[in-house]
Design a protein around this ligand. Structure first.
Ligand code: ING
Length: 350
C-alpha cells in the first residue's frame, strides 16, 4: 500500500540587510499559496529564512545581533505562516535564529542563542524542534577571510541531538520525520543518527556561500553545488530516506549563495531540482514505502552494522596519527582489534 506525501522545497532568493521580516513572510506566504495550488502537503523553507544570513556581519557585542533573532515562535510577524498552515492544511519546516531563556548543562537558566528549525503540522502545531549541531566558520573576526562566517560567535551548539518524530502529516497518519541544518548535511554521523531512528523524511535548509570564503586554499566554484548534492544524496541513500534540501540563494549584500535546492529519494536520486536563485517551489510525490528496499537489503542496519568496530567515531574528536610501518624483524604481527584495545587506543589518543 503506497504511503504518498507531496512535498516541496520552497527555495528563497536573497534577503538583504534592509529587508524586514514582513517582507520575508510575505514571500513565504506566496510560496505557501503556490504550494496549495499544487496539492503540496509539506513545505520546507530554508535555514535562517526570516533574515539575511547575518553571520557574515561582525558585531562586537553579540547582543547587537539580537534583532535578527526570534524571541518567540510564533511571533506577531510569523503568526501568518501558522495561520496559513491551518487554513491550507499544509505543514511546514522553518529555519530561524532562536533567542531563548533555557537551562544550560549546569542547570542555570540563561539567555541562549541557537540556529534552529521547527516542523509545524497542518493544524499549525509545532511537532518537532532541532538546533544546529555542526556550526561552521569561526567565533572571532577573521581578517583573512573575504566574507565572515560567524556562526560560532552567534550560536551555541544545539542541545537537542538529532531527534526523529513519528507524526501525522498530509494525508498520512504517521511519518518518521527528522531535521538537520546546512553544514550538518556534510557530516555522515548526523544522517546515521537519524537513520538509526527509522527516519523516512529528512528536512534541511541551507545558506551556502557560492565560493570559498575562508581564503585558505583553492576550491573550484563548481564544487559548491556538487559537494552539497553529494552530501545530501549520500546521506539519503546510506540511510534509505527521502530528503528535502532548501536553499536561501542569490546575492545578499554582495555575497552570492548557491541555490540548487533538491528533493532526493531513498536511492539517492535527485527527483526535483531548483534551477534559479530566486523564490522557487519544487515539488515531488514521495512514496515512503520506497524506504523499505534500502533498509531491508544493503542498509539493513540490524543485519550488517558492526558497532563494536566503530569506537573511534564517538570516542575521538579529531584524527590521530597512524602507527608507522617498519621492517624491524621484531615487528609484531598487526594487532587484532578487540573492543578493549579499540577503547585503550582511543583513550591513548586523547
Ligand atoms: N553554510 C555552509 C554550508 O555548510 C560551508 C558553510 C560551505 C562550509 C562550504 C563548508 C563548505 O553549507 C552554513 N550555513 O552552514
Amino acid at each position: 500500500m503506497p504511503r504518498i506525501i507531496t512535498v516541496a522545497a520552497a527555495q528563497m532568493g536573497p534577503l538583504q540587510l534592509k529587508d524586514t521580516r514582513a517582507h520575508a513572510v510575505a514571500r513565504m506566504l506566496r510560496l505557501l499559496e503556490r504550494a496549495r495550488l499544487r496539492g503540496v502537503e509539506l513545505v520546507v523553507f530554508p535555514e535562517l529564512a526570516l533574515t539575511t544570513f547575518f553571520p557574515r556581519h561582525y558585531r562586537e557585542d553579540v547582543a547587537e545581533a539580537d534583532p535578527w533573532f526570534e524571541a518567540a515562535m510564533p511571533s506577531p510577524e510569523t503568526q501568518p505562516l501558522f495561520d496559513a498552515a491551518r487554513k491550507y492544511g499544509i505543514g511546514f519546516h522553518l529555519g530561524y535564529a532562536e533567542l531563548c531563556q533555557v537551562a544550560d548543562e549546569t542547570g542555570v537558566v540563561r539567555t541562549r542563542r541557537f540556529n534552529t528549525a521547527i516542523l509545524v503540522n497542518g493544524q499549525g502545531e509545532i511537532v518537532l524542534k532541532y538546533r544546529k549541531v555542526h556550526l561552521p566558520g569561526h567565533a572571532e573576526y577573521d581578517e583573512r577571510r573575504c566574507v565572515q562566517h560567524l556562526e560560532k560567535r552567534y550560536f551555541e551548539v544545539g542541545n537537542l541531538g538529532f531527534p526523529v518524530i513519528r507524526a501525522p502529516m498530509g494525508g498520512l497518519n504517521g511519518i518518521n520525520m527528522g531535521m538537520m541544518i546546512c553544514n550538518d548535511r556534510r557530516w555522515p554521523e548526523a544522517w546515521r543518527v537519524l537513520g538509526l531512528q527509522g527516519v523516512e523524511l529528512v528536512m534541511l535548509g541551507y545558506n551556502t556561500p557560492a565560493m570559498n570564503t575562508s581564503n585558505r586554499g583553492y576550491e573550484a566554484v563548481h564544487l559548491r553545488v556538487q559537494h552539497s548534492h553529494m552530501s545530501i544524496q549520500s546521506g539519503a541513500y546510506q540511510n534509505a530516506t527521502f530528503a528535502v534540501a532548501t536553499a536561501k540563494a542569490g546575492v545578499e549584500d554582495g555575497c552570492e549563495m548557491i541555490g540548487a535546492s533538491i528533493i532526493v529519494n531513498p536511492q539517492g536520486e535527485i527527483i526535483a531540482q531548483a534551477t534559479s536563485c530566486e523564490d522557487e517551489l519544487i515539488t515531488a510525490d514521495c512514496n515512503l514505502e520506497q524506504v523499505q528496499f534500502g533498509r531491508s537489503t544493503v542498509f539493513d542496519f540490524d543485519a550488517h552494522r558492526r558497532p563494536e568496530t566503530y569506537g573511534r567515531i564517538t570516542a575521538q574528536v579529531g584524527a590521530v596519527e597512524p602507527p608507522v610501518w617498519s621492517k624491524q624483524a621484531d615487528q609484531q604481527a598487526q594487532p587484532v582489534l578487540t573492543r578493549a584495545d579499540d577503547q585503550d587506543k582511543v583513550q591513548a589518543a586523547d
